[in-house]
Design a protein around this ligand. Structure first.
Ligand code: ADP
Length: 190
């Protein structure tokens, strides 16, 4: 099993680069943001709850997010591995993911962290808003809130995996192909 956490701030390119990793390594892509957005579209109870946080640039509560992610993993019993995109976003989520995967004897293989400076992130998100239809991309105040939440609550998750020797930082500025190649070079051989 190859379990990759693709990490980085909003707008770093996690979704874009996931597409390559999925195809190249035959992995299942689990994006918590995508799953929440599908629930919003389907007007589920989970979607209604998630939307109230997402529209403000806040994190959806850990208990809801963790149980959703765990059931998604269990929905793919024959997966060769997973790309976790947008999860874990808090140290509590990281501890939950570690114990959940350790319990299945399929621990996290590595964390690949896309590194992009804040000004570039803001420009990318505003540009993405033109085509994404995402309300959280269109509002500069919500973008700033997401970046602040990332710095306060999510960035420490990198230290959690660095302590386990699983962290690799990757320069997230360049062409899509250049960044793809940097990621490929950083994936541990099985
Ligand atoms: P981005 O990385 O561009 O911010 P995502 O699609 O990953 O976009 O996330 C969009 C929003 O979904 C987040 O701002 C947050 O409200 C919610 N969300 C996604 N993943 C998580 C998570 N692991 N924990 C809590 N909230 C999450």
């Amino acid at each position: 099993m190859l379990n990759i956490i693709l990490f980085g701030p909003p707008g770093a390119g996690k979704g874009t680069q996931s597409a390559f990793l999925v195809q190249h390594y035959g992995l299942v892509h689990l994006s918590t943001g995508d799953i929440f957005r599908a629930n919003i579209k389907g007007q589920t109870e989970l979607g209604k709850l998630a939307q109230s946080y997402m529209d403000q640039g806040q994190l959806v509560p850990d208990d809801v997010t963790i149980s959703m992610l765990e059931s998604e993993v269990d929905n793919h019993p024959s997966a060769k591995g997973f790309i976790f995109d947008g999860f874990p976003r808090t140290t509590a989520q990281a501890h939950a993911l570690d114990s959940f995967l350790d319990g299945r004897n399929t621990p996290v293989s590595c964390m690949l962290a896309l590194d992009v400076v804040e000004e570039e992130l803001k420009a990318r998100l505003l540009s993405r808003a033109k085509t994404s239809g995402r309300p959280d991309d269109a509002n500069p105040e919500v973008i700033q809130k997401r970046i602040d939440v990332y710095n306060a609550e999510t960035a420490p998750v990198a230290g959690h995996y660095a302590l386990q020797g699983k962290y690799t930082g990757v320069d997230g500025v360049g062409t899509i192909a250049e960044i793809t190649e940097r990621l490929r070079a950083a994936v541990p051989s099985e």
